[in-house]
Design a protein around this ligand. Structure first.
Ligand code: COA
Length: 356
């Protein structure tokens, strides 16, 4: 069931657009889609675009550990509660699932551009990045330690690399409990220092962890990323394949994909799958500091946006994009400087447009 709170949380707007069958304007993004589009055009621009494309280092293709390592300044990364500590989930083997020594959650401390930062990375390859008791405790403890450091006068930011199907199904109640703790820890930390959510990998960020992303200071996505409350599999399971075909990747990305979420103003920065761009973006957001007003505090703004939508009819993703653009531009003036809806094709936040 869709309700206004779902939409306001930046989560799952799926149900009021999902039944619409026309979604040709969006498709599942290929790797580094903008560079490839330039190559496809041919001509002089194509040569430099292909050179740029070939020189790129994919962020998505890195393992979770390498993503965390890559964001931190060279020589500063140190892993906490790492695989040799063997803090494994006690609940998986009894269900016939082999546990992983890091429980799919990597915590690294170090600096980013000289600023103390903790990076927490989820591995989508392990149980779809599902969050359980141990991985949840690792994330919460990392955020709480950063909060204590801030209170002790040592400014410390947090970057969450979210690649997660939400609460780990095998640890449902414990996972749900941990999501509450995570949200509470983010809200405590974000008063002192930015908490940045990065949704880069193709698994995306779903379930309770989409709420965690929603309360963070900034959200960064790639076009390949996905963000939603109810995942496609869950909607199909609950409402049937006619309501939402979880096998239709084009439909999925037209609704949950990074481009659509950015266009809706639910994401602060959209970057290509490029490690250097990702590092630059995270550095800029840390330098920007805590937003004057967090997205999750802009209740009146999001309530008014929801009120302007007519949920009794089906919405085409393309039409939704146009509506979002108009709605965002009108709210733009009153929210400058905040973690806020960013209008499509506007503003320095969009790395792609900066280069053009
Ligand atoms: N807990 C445990 N395992 C999970 C999981 C979760 N929350 N989410 C995904 N997985 C597992 C899948 O079972 C699958 O495992 P397998 O390879 O052993 O079959 C693997 O991760 C990949 O998932 P799959 O659905 O095959 O990949 P996909 O790319 O098509 O879709 C999601 C990924 C996350 C979009 C999809 O799995 C989904 O919709 N999940 C539900 C999200 C949701 O609503 N969560 C709410 C829980 S609070």
């Amino acid at each position: 069931m869709t309700n206004s709170a779902d939409v306001a949380k930046g989560g799952d707007g799926a149900e009021w657009v999902s039944t619409h069958k026309s979604h040709e304007s969006y498709s599942e993004p290929g790797p580094s889609s903008s560079a490839l589009a330039e190559v496809a055009k041919g001509g002089d621009g194509a040569k430099s675009a292909s050179r740029e494309y070939l020189q790129r280092r994919s962020f998505i293709e890195l393992s979770a550990r390498d993503r965390a390592h890559g964001l931190l300044d060279p020589g500063t990364a140190r892993e906490l509660a790492g695989p040799f500590d063997r803090i494994e989930s006690p609940w998986l083997s009894v269900q016939g699932v082999t546990p992983q020594a890091d429980d799919g959650c990597i915590v690294m401390r170090g600096t980013i551009n000289g600023n103390e930062t903790v990076v927490i990375a989820f591995s989508g390859a392990f149980q779809g990045g599902g969050i359980g008791e141990v991985s949840g405790a690792k994330l919460t403890a990392a955020l709480d330690l950063a909060c204590l450091d801030n209170e002790d006068g040592k400014p410390t930011s947090a970057v969450m690399l979210l690649e997660t199907g939400g609460v780990r199904l095998q640890e449902a109640n414990l996972g749900l409990a941990t999501v509450a703790e995570i949200i509470s820890s983010i809200i405590a930390l974000r008063r002192h220092a930015p908490v940045i959510s990065v949704i880069a990998g193709p698994v995306g960020c779903f379930g309770g962890m989409s709420l965690a992303a929603g309360v963070s200071s900034y959200i960064v996505m790639t076009p390949e990323g996905r963000l939603g409350l109810n995942g496609p599999e869950v909607i199909e399971e609950e409402s049937g394949v006619d309501e939402f075909d979880a096998g239709n990747r084009s439909l999925i990305w037209s609704i949950f994909g990074g481009q659509q979420r950015y266009d809706q103003g639910l994401v602060d920065v959209l970057v290509d799958d490029d490690t250097d761009q990702m590092i630059k973006t995270v550095r800029e957001l840390i330098a920007k500091g805590v937003p004057a007003v967090h997205r999750s505090e802009q209740i009146d703004l999001y309530r008014s946006r929801i009120a302007a939508l007519d949920p009794s009819r089906q919405w085409d993703p393309k039409e939704l994009h146009s509506w979002s653009a108009a709605s965002l531009l009108s709210s733009e003036a009153s929210t400058k400087g905040d973690a806020r809806p960013t209008a499509p094709n506007e503003g320095p936040a969009n790395e792609k447009e900066k280069k053009q």
